[in-house]
Every structure is written in C-alpha cells, then in structure tokens.
Design a binder for this molecule. Structure first.
Ligand code: UDP
Length: 356
C-alpha cells in the first residue's frame, strides 16, 4: 500500500517520528513523505528529521508565510499535483495546521481516502485557526484515529457514528515519541542553570496576535522569573518577532527553539511547565510535571479533570497564583490516559488490516 504523508509543522514532525518508524517496520506500507514547508528554519524543521530518524521528504514544497488563505491555497495547488503524480492509495495527515487541511482537502477532491491522526479534538473556540482546520479535516476523513475517549465522544456528538467512516481510539502518538526518545534527552548547548527552573513555551496566535494578552503574559513570566524560579523559554520565531515589534520587556532565560532531545531534557528536569502549546501540555504529564496553561480552553480536558493541568488564560495574577500552587508537584499517569505509548503500532496495524 502506498501512503502519502503530508506534514509541515513542528508538532507534526514529532508525531511522524513515531508513526513513520512503525510504518517502515510493517513491511506492508510504502510511505512517501511530503513536507509543505510551513515550518522551515533548521531549528523548527531539519533538527527533527535528524534526531527522530524521519526519512528526508520526497517532496519539499517550501510554502510558508502569507495569510492563512494564501498559504493554504498555495499548498492545495501543489499538493494536488503531487497526488496526481504519485497516485497514493491513501493519505495521512496529523493534527490541525494549514498543512493538515490542505492535504486532506486536496485528497478528498481527488477521491483519495484520508486518515487523520489526532481526530476528534475540539476546543470549541472557532476563533482558533486550528479548530477550523481540525473540524474540516475530520469531515473529509474516512479513518479518524482518535487519541482519547473524549475525542471519540466529540465525534459521536457530531454524528460520526452514522457516517460510513471508521472512528478508532488508538491513543496519542506523542506519548509514543516521549517514551521512545526519553533516553536520548540532552541539555541544550551551553545550558548553564544549576538551580530548579520552569520551562515555558509561548506561540499560540490567540496570545501572540493580541497585544493586551501578550503584554500580560510577558509581565507574568518576568515576575515569575524574578521571584519564583528561573523561566527557561525556547522562544518560537513568531513570538520573538511580535515581542520585538511591540517593544515588550521580557525578563527570562530566553533561548532559541530547541530540538526534541533538548526539549525532552528540559521537560524532564523542570519543576513546572508553563505553556500555551497543545503538545507540551501532554508532554508535561508524560514527564511527571504539572502544567499551567495560558489559554482559555484546551483540547486535552482529561488533564484538567485529573487536576494536573490548570487553564489560566492570559491574566497576570492568575498565571502567577497558579504557578505558585503547582510548582514542584510530581504527577502520575495512573490510568494510561493516552494509550501507554502504543498508538503508532495500533495505527499501522489498522492500516494493514490487522487487529489493533
Ligand atoms: N518543541 C520542541 N522544541 C521547542 C519547543 C517545542 O521540540 O523549542 C516540541 C514540543 O516538545 C512538542 C512540540 O514541539 O513536542 C509542540 O509543538 P508546538 O508547541 O509548536 O505545537 P502545538 O502542539 O501547540 O500544536
């Protein structure tokens, strides 16, 4: 079976790191890799191919920048051409980026079946570009690989039970990557903090595109860094640009985005995780840390229910109070909320027509 995988953004490389390895080992699936170019810096793209052993893309479209519509439109046009040439039996897309939607839509129009990994997640906030991408991608997929029970139940509520598609709970491929690569953890080059620290990430558009929210978050991070514990912040290029443009004063241990092995090291050694990322919320849990999430909703609601993750939005005092409450907590994955690290194996088995 020939599968064309469409990826383009950092979290997708980390997810593909586990799935591609297992697909390769299946002996049944020939995977052709298409990189849209959405993320392109060496430290936002190449490093993950090197570290996670993902095959070099067969196609590199080098599409990045521009508005959402422009980027997605350009991807659609070029992805369609590749599909016409390659004639894959199905395509595989991950998550909720513009690359996900462009891949799924191009395939659906050509009647090529689409498998969506991380299907069924919802924040119920249609202002998020990611929410639009994931809802539309689910609509045109015929295999919906869900990471959690809640994702399955979201799809049921949207009527997917009555559609001629497969909704399959496989667990979360990000846990596979966290478990598999944990032993490769290494400190970022030149890392010099010897005391306890908090690791933070910040890049969600709802924060970076809103000066009031961003200003409040930056002020809170600086205060935490000065009075609670050093905050190590591998800063996303978009956030760095906006902070610079707005002239905001940030006091933290700001470093360039790091590779996965370095990120896993930071998560493992930290005393708390502070983020607005989707993936990092779960990784905090995988590495036994509590998480303070600077968003108003999350797709990973089971972590909130388990009391290991708290949503604090962008409010200055709420962020600081929550950091004080959760700092240093050790959390445990008692109920295997995310499938225990076998999601990629279940996906490969399902695609090969075997029991999962
Ligand atoms: N990540 C990384 N280096 C960094 C920041 C994040 O390797 O400097 C990893 C992180 O561990 C996680 C993924 O990138 O696996 C999350 O991606 P991101 O936060 O960009 O996207 P989201 O999950 O919010 O869609």
């Amino acid at each position: 079976m020939k599968i064309l995988t469409v990826i383009g953004a950092r979290p997708q490389f980390i997810k593909a790191g586990s799935v591609s390895r297992v697909l390769k080992g299946s002996g049944y699936i020939n995977e052709v890799m298409l990189h849209t170019g959405q993320h392109f810096d060496a430290n936002m793209s190449d490093v993950f191919f090197d570290q996670l052993g993902i095959s070099r893309p067969n196609y590199q479209l080098s599409i990045h920048g521009g508005s959402h519509g422009e980027m997605t439109g350009r991807m659609l046009e070029k992805i369609e051409k590749v599909m016409l040439e390659e004639k894959p039996d199905r395509i595989l897309v991950y998550g909720d980026t513009n690359s996900t939607l462009a891949g799924a839509l191009a395939a659906a129009k050509l009647h090529i079946p689409v498998a969506h990994i991380e299907a069924g997640l919802r924040s119920f906030n249609m202002n998020m570009p990611e929410e639009i991408n994931r809802i539309l991608t689910d609509q045109v997929s015929d295999i919906l690989f869900c990471p959690t029970d809640i994702a399955v139940s979201n799809l049921k509520k949207e009527g997917f039970e009555d559609k001629p598609v497969s909704v399959v709970q496989v667990g979360d491929v990000m846990q596979d990557s966290a478990l598999f690569f944990a032993e490769k953890a290494e400190p970022p080059k030149g890392f010099a903090i010897s005391e306890e620290f908090i690791v933070a990430t910040l890049h969600r558009a709802e924060n970076t595109d809103n000066p009031e929210r961003l200003g409040s978050i930056i002020k809170a991070i600086s205060e935490i860094h000065e009075t609670i514990a050093p905050v190590v912040l591998p800063l996303h290029p978009r956030t760095r640009n906006v902070i610079h443009k707005l002239g905001l004063k940030l006091n933290a241990q700001v470093i360039d985005p790091v590779g996965y092995f370095e990120m896993v090291w930071l998560l493992g050694k930290s005393s708390l995780v502070l983020t607005d990322s989707g993936g990092v919320q779960k990784e905090a849990f995988f590495f036994g840390k509590a998480c303070v999430t600077m968003r108003d909703q999350t797709e990973w609601v089971e972590l909130i229910k388990a009391g290991v993750n708290e949503l604090v939005g962008a409010d200055y005092s709420s962020i600081i109070d929550s950091v004080k409450r959760h700092y240093g907590r050790v959390v445990k994955d008692e109920n295997e909320l995310y499938g225990g690290g076998r999601a990629a194996e279940r996906i490969a088995n399902y695609l090969s027509g075997q029991q999962i």
